[in-house]
Write a protein that binds this ligand. Structure first.
Ligand code: FAD
Length: 635
């Protein structure tokens, strides 16, 4: 039951905090840490202390666009970057041969060590109480009937108007199994794949959000009773194999980089030795076997109806959707140096066990492989994220924030970044301060959240570089230059980290001045360096003082100079967009009252409640003519 305070039993134990975070996965741990950095007293409640920061699926952090997000989390003082630097077993910078906007760091993790390191960081984090509790219900109180609470920070004043059906409740806390109550004016839900979750392997179905774990029942009901809609998605995971039963000689070796690059701006270098991965392939016989057994795959037998991640398809999906391909690449990824478990990236499946066994027998190197954990798919409830404001607070329940897979995303990095911003905003909310909403030109995190709250999702959302219109600005190498100052001003980032940035900026400035002053072939060093064939080492030959700068500083100088023209063009577009985003729309704005506005536009605008003209223009199906009418009405 969504309880209001008078139905809590009088004998219930009540604990008081500033912020309660539910779930200690990737979103929850970043949320708790961020809120604590801003000075909140945080209760981080999670169903099982042994799975804090657990990687449910692949033992890796980063990748294309995701690596950029990890760098942003780090630039704002988050956990993920430093922990993967400590526990990574193979580091690679993907897309090295492409331009810097596409460079994406990725690392295999020692999965158990990663999970333990996140847990230890949280245990010792000042301001966080990490407690094993299963949350079963939400406690809310009623707001005076139909009154819009003026979000002074988001909405201009004088917005307390009557608008039935909008924001009737305010969060008070959560109720855990056994009846105790954790109270706080802000609650962040980060329950991942656990809401009413069902796991499928062939015809077999079991309740649970992750192999070996249970499911969460109460929260879905509580959200639904508060008017928050839920929908279902599915995701899947591949089998894990025992390394001693794999013939690695029949596979291709995939080593890490010779010069592993850290994720965190605080890590000087990666010193641990790296472990190789291996590559093998499916073949026509595997595909034929899968086709013969499709009727036993839950996605095809009708046992699962929900949508899965299009860009991370199961092997049965790949065989059907890419029928002309005669093979698919599989990466054999060690789950750590102290375990024999090998994750088979590329063969996520919910086919029955006997089919999984039979498939492996047909794959080079895996003919005698023993499965230690069978692949499975999981179906779970999520809350369509267009029900959130840009600070990740639900539109219907004041003080209730959602982050991570519960918002219809997939991936640790997407979850971690939402967690961080939800934690920050929960804290800013209780302090009565302006929310932190990152713009699309400031961070991939900004793109992610804007996409979620403005467009919603119709399949599990993962980040791609193509989702960012300003990707030349949003590079993995400059996340600190984009975000750390802001983090410092907010109190999210400590002085040491900020000082490192200041020193780096000073060195970048000094190197640029030396390039301007230096002469090469009658031209300035700056002009000479603009030529695409000139390397940093070559320019150092002409201007030897430049040799004293670190690789990190040299890269910034090189890219700043070489991409200056493109960056300036993107900055102009940003400035145009900025003017639109300055046109604020009050939360209480009545789109229904705009004469001449199409009904479809009225419905969409009323549902999303954009907070600026710029956000309104990005809602799918909203035309420039609709925007002109809204602008006229606003004026
Ligand atoms: P989670 O990491 O799931 O953490 C949720 C936390 O909440 C857990 O600690 C849980 O114990 C806790 N919790 C839940 N309910 C309660 C409650 N009532 N009270 C207290 N605590 C609670 N991502 C990809 O990018 N690619 C993939 O291919 C992929 N495949 C996946 C396959 C499977 C089978 C699963 C389970 C996940 C997969 N993921 C994949 C998703 C990835 O694991 C998630 O995106 C990521 O873990 C989400 O982080 P989160 O913090 O939102 O949730």
């Amino acid at each position: 039951m969504s309880t209001n305070s008078n139905s809590i039993p009088s004998h219930a134990t009540i604990y008081d905090f500033d912020v309660v975070v539910v779930g200690a996965g990737h979103a929850g741990t970043e949320a708790a840490a961020a809120a604590a950095r801003l000075g909140a007293r945080v209760a981080l409640l999670t169903g099982n202390l042994d799975t804090v920061g657990q990687m449910s699926c692949n033992p890796a952090i980063g990748g294309v666009a995701k690596g950029q997000i990890v760098r942003e989390i780090d630039a704002l003082g988050g956990l993920m970057g430093q922990v993967i630097d400590e526990t990574g077993i193979q580091f690679r910078l993907l897309n090295r041969r492409k331009g810097p906007a596409m460079h994406s760091p990725r690392a295999q993790a020692d999965k158990k060590a990663y999970q333990q390191a996140i847990k230890t960081s949280i245990e010792y984090y000042p301001g966080i109480s990490l407690i094993q509790e299963l949350v079963e219900d939400l406690e809310v109180e009623d707001l005076p009937s139909g009154r819009i609470q003026a979000e002074e920070s988001i909405v201009p004043p004088a917005t307390e108007q009557t608008q039935p059906g909008f924001r009737k409740h305010r969060i008070r806390g959560v109720i855990v199994r056994g009846g105790a109550c954790y109270r706080a004016p802000a609650v962040v839900l980060t329950t991942g794949t656990f809401l009413q979750a069902i796991m499928h392997t062939g015809e077999a179905k079991t309740a649970g959000g992750r192999a070996g774990e249970g499911t969460t029942q109460g929260i879905s009901g509580a959200l639904a009773r508060l008017g928050i809609q839920l929908s279902r998605f599915k995701t899947g995971t591949p089998p894990r194999l025992n390394a001693k039963t794999i013939d690695f000689a029949a596979t291709e070796l995939q080593p890490g980089d010779d010069d592993p690059q850290p994720f965190s701006y605080l890590t000087e270098s990666i010193t641990q030795s790296q472990i190789p991965c291996y590559i093998t392939y499916t073949n026509e016989s595997v595909h034929a076997l899968i086709r013969e057994n499709l009727h036993r795959a839950p996605m095809y037998s009708g046992q699962i109806n929900s949508t899965g991640p299009r860009y991370c398809p199961s092997i049965e999906d790949k065989v059907v959707r890419f029928a002309d391909k005669d093979r698919h690449q599989l990466f054999l990824e060690p789950e750590g140096p102290r375990t024999a478990e090998i994750y088979v990236n590329g063969i996520s499946t919910s086919l029955p066990r006997d089919v999984q066994d039979a498939i492996l027998k047909l794959i080079p190197g895996l003919e005698r492989a023993e499965i230690m954990r069978y692949g499975y798919a999981v179906e779970y409830d999520f809350s369509p994220p267009d029900q959130l404001l840009p600070n990740l607070e639900t539109k219907l329940v004041e003080g209730l924030f959602l982050a991570g897979q519960i918002n219809g995303t997939t991936g640790y990095e997407e979850a971690g970044s939402q967690g961080l911003l939800a934690g920050v905003n929960a804290c800013l909310k209780i302090k009565g301060q302006e929310p932190l909403v990152l713009s699309r030109d400031a961070a991939y995190m900004g793109v992610l959240i804007d996409d979620l709250v403005t467009r919603g999702v119709d399949e599990p959302y993962r980040m791609f570089t193509s989702r960012a219109e300003y990707r030349l600005l949003l590079r993995q190498d400059n996340a600190d230059r984009r975000l750390t100052r802001l983090g410092y001003e907010l109190g999210l980032v400590d002085y040491d980290r900020f000082q490192r940035l200041e020193i780096k900026e000073r060195e970048i400035g000094a190197a640029k001045a030396q390039l301007d002053a230096g002469r090469v072939d009658e031209a300035s060093g700056t002009k000479y360096l603009r030529r695409s064939e000139v390397s940093w080492d070559e320019i150092c030959g002409h201007i030897p003082e430049l040799r004293s700068y670190s690789r990190e500083v040299a890269d910034q100088v090189l890219w700043d100079i070489r991409y200056e023209g493109y960056v300036n063009r993107q900055q102009l577009q940003v400035a145009r967009q900025q003017r639109m985003s300055e046109k604020r729309i009050p939360l209480s704005f009545d789109f229904q009252a705009i004469r001449g506005l199409r009904n479809e536009a009225k419905q969409k605008l009323t549902k999303i409640r954009p907070l600026s003209l710029d956000q309104a223009s990005r809602i799918s199906g909203i035309t420039p003519a609709d925007i002109a009418l809204v602008l006229a009405h606003l004026s």
